[in-house]
Design a protein around this ligand. Structure first.
Ligand code: NDP
Length: 284
């Protein structure tokens, strides 16, 4: 392996220790940061994510509550639950676990969360702040991915960054964050002509596609920073990323593993966003 591993577990441990110190400082001032997660239905992957979020909270001392709602929950019931949490002073962060059952309107539900408690950073107001370079809540996955890129120590100014995937929750905010770091950013998607011609040019390559082992060694510039956001479950049950780790690690300069990469950092950033929300309340 020639690439250096960007280990999300190791980075997260260090960051969570720092977050725990901030939580303790808040508690001394009488504020106990609280995160509420709303889980609608029985999606098995969501159950695992929610459990891991609870473990993360416990690790750093954040008070966490999981509100489980049945698959048959109506839009009105969901929104009324969100409103109750908006008004709850013991809760600083609200997260609606996605995907919601099909009959529910995700965008409408997310819009009900007050932007200050939107620790996922999905509210349109927070997305707009990112676009405008204003201080809002940044979505956890791209925020964590950027933290991993920063920890390479590479000066990002003037670097070619390519983001494969243009979703509202990963690809677009990721591109905005890299732009803020003065990268020259190219966004690729399913209609991109000659994808490899773009990815081969990337000093920083972020894959957020949702296709197992999609990025192969011949698509990667030697020495590149390769960030694998993908989480794909193979028929065997094994979880792999969007990057063909075994071949790409021989070409890249830095690479994130799956699991133990961006996913771990995503939860860490959720904890950080919750603490930040509580801290902001204190200075108000
Ligand atoms: P979406 O399905 O919303 O977006 C996928 C993107 O990939 C789309 O923009 C799509 O293009 C693009 N795409 C699809 N096929 C191709 C192709 N052949 N060539 C180029 N681009 C293509 O996914 P998400 O952004 O929500 O998630 C992406 C991956 O990241 C998933 O594996 C997901 O599980 C994972 N994920 C991981 C997280 C973590 O914590 N690590 C958090 C969130 C997601 P188009 O827009 O044209 O359709």
């Amino acid at each position: 392996m020639s690439a250096q591993l960007l280990d999300g577990k190791v980075m997260s441990e260090a960051l969570r220790a720092e977050i725990a110190v901030r939580v303790a400082a808040l508690k001394e001032k009488g504020v106990h940061p609280g995160l509420a997660v709303i889980l609608v239905g029985e999606d098995p992957a969501s159950q695992i994510y929610v459990r891991n979020k609870g473990i993360g909270c416990e690790q750093v001392g954040i008070h966490s509550v999981t509100i489980r709602m049945p698959e048959t929950t109506t839009q009105e019931e969901l929104e009324s639950q969100i409103r109750a949490l908006n008004a709850d002073e013991s809760i600083h962060g609200i997260l609606v676990q996605l995907p919601l059952p099909r009959h529910l309107d995700e965008a409408a539900a997310l819009a009900v969360i007050v932007p200050e408690k939107d620790v996922d950073g999905f509210h349109i107001q927070n997305a707009g702040k990112l676009l405008n370079g204003l201080n809002g809540v940044v979505a956890c996955t791209p925020k964590g991915a950027l933290e991993m890129i920063r920890r390479t120590g590479v000066d990002l100014t003037g670097k070619e960054a390519v983001v494969v995937g243009r979703s509202n929750i990963v690809g677009k905010p990721m591109a905005m964050l890299l732009l803020q770091q003065n990268c020259t950013v190219t966004m690729c998607h399913s209609r991109t002509a000659d994808l490899a011609a773009h990815t081969r040019n990337a000093d920083v390559l972020v894959a957020a596609v949702g296709k197992a082992k999609f990025i192969t060694a011949d698509m990667v510039k030697p020495g590149a920073i390769v960030i694998d956001v993908g989480i794909n479950r193979l028929e065997s049950g094994k979880v792999v990323g969007d990057v063909d780790f075994d071949s790409v690690k021989e070409v890249a300069g830095w690479i994130t593993p799956v699991p133990g990469g961006v996913g771990r950092m995503t939860i860490t950033m959720l904890l950080e966003n919750t603490v930040e929300a509580a801290e902001k309340l204190l200075v108000k």
